[in-house]
Design a protein around this ligand. Structure first.
Ligand SMILES: *Cc1c(COP(=O)(O)O)cnc(C)c1O
Length: 392
């Protein structure tokens, strides 16, 4: 529990203990290991009878501060911070799966996550089934007696589809499986899956949490019992975050709410504008009434998020021309940045997903994904308008 009630205050005022220097901002602890007072304390720390820092692959004050804030913001008991979002994906699955087990995953997941579940896990004898994120029957039919994990992103990447987390949590509980939610797109500011019943919540902190395109990082959050398993796995295999990246990310959380508020505002204005634009075939944004899961989005998310996707008229050719005509928007694979970013998922982030799977996931050739940044709305709009005109 935090002594503060509100998201913004928790994100700013949760700090590790000050040292004798009475620093206002938390210092960076660049140390690989920690000194024991005596042989007895060393024994007690290793035996986990006493809590404390031993070695930065296990614990570090900067990582601890970042984790502490995230557990409070997501409403979980414990957490472990990792070097990247993919390290969080893998370390949230590996401790809970063994040869002979089965995992059910939404097919609308991050490209590399899809590869971990469809290729790496099966190589080690863990079978996988992919479902249509929004289709309840598909989830129910995919479950087998040996299903141990259900995995998803909502809103999904890049199609921004949405499923009711509470419904899936109930399904997972009925079958004694863990529900793992990648909450990267929503951030804890807009949606807290653990409060809706998810057992494990993960993030690529590289995206909205850093939000300034500087560092990679990830986090796994859940109950003391589940995170204990993750920590044991992580101590042995070494995906821990560096103190520097944890320091950056903990600082970044202080501005998450104001950044995401502005990103949501820019994204929603843009979605509404493009929705009635004659050069655009369709727009998808969770808080547009035309979104197929609009009602669920309203129920489980505070705002519609900083991402939208749309289909330009003219298909793949026009889509590529449009991207090449952009002057200000960045063409890069990142998202959640201060800078507005345009991506063509079919030829970049999801290029390695087989064509048939891509189509099932709704990733069309002409789809453009926009991650709204913090520039002035008029400048974002102007660049998109001129690129639409120029690519005709
Ligand atoms: C980027 C991303 C990841 C992977 O995170 P990295 O920090 O790049 O390793 C996982 N899930 C989602 C939804 C992402 O957008």
């Amino acid at each position: 529990m935090s002594e503060y009630k509100n998201f913004e205050t928790i994100a700013i005022r949760t700090q590790s203990k000050r040292t004798d220097n009475r620093e206002h901002s938390t210092p960076l602890y660049l140390t690989s290991s920690y000194i024991f007072n005596d042989a007895e304390q060393a024994r007690a720390l290793f035996a986990e009878e006493e809590q404390g820092n031993i070695y930065s692959r296990f614990d570090n004050p900067n990582a601890d501060e970042f984790i502490k804030k995230m557990t409070l913001l997501e409403g979980t008991e414990a957490g472990f911070a990792t070097a990247s979002g993919m390290a969080a994906v893998f370390s949230s699955l590996a401790p809970f799966l063994k040869t002979g087990d089965h995992i059910v995953s939404s097919r609308s997941v991050f490209g590399n996550t899809h590869k971990v579940i469809s290729e790496i896990l099966p190589d080690w004898g863990v079978k996988s089934t992919f479902t249509n994120l929004t289709d309840h029957k598909d989830w129910e039919n995919a479950i087998r007696p040996n299903t141990k994990v259900l995995f998803l992103e909502t809103p999904s990447n890049p199609t921004l589809d949405i499923i009711e987390i509470e419904w899936l949590a109930e399904l997972a509980n009925k079958h004694n499986a863990l529900l793992v939610v990648d909450n990267c797109f929503a951030t804890p500011y807009l949606q807290q899956p653990a409060k809706l019943g998810a057992h494990i919540v993960i993030h690529s902190a590289t995206k909205y949490i850093d939000g300034q395109g500087r560092v990679l990082g990830g986090i796994i959050l859940g109950s003391n019992e589940n995170i204990k398993k993750v920590k044991t796995f992580a101590k042995r295999t070494g995906p821990a975050i560096s103190p520097f990246n944890a320091w950056v990310l903990s600082k970044s959380l202080e501005t998450l709410a104001v950044r995401v508020d502005r990103q949501c505002e820019n994204a929603e204005r843009l979605a509404k504008h493009l929705n009635s634009h004659e050069e655009i075939a369709s727009v998808k944004y969770p808080f547009l009434k035309s979104h197929p899961q609009h009602e669920i989005a309203k129920k489980q998310m505070k705002k519609g998020g900083g991402l939208l996707c749309f289909e330009v008229k003219g298909g793949v050719e026009r889509g590529r021309k449009f991207l090449d005509a952009l002057q200000m928007l960045s063409l890069t694979a990142n998202l959640g940045d201060t800078r507005t970013i345009a991506t063509h998922p079919a030829s970049t982030t999801h290029a390695k997903v087989p064509e048939a799977e891509r189509q099932l996931a709704g990733i069309t050739g002409g789809m453009i994904r926009i991650s709204a940044g913090l520039e002035h709305y008029d400048d974002i709009l102007e660049d998109i308008e001129q690129a639409l005109a120029k690519s005709k």
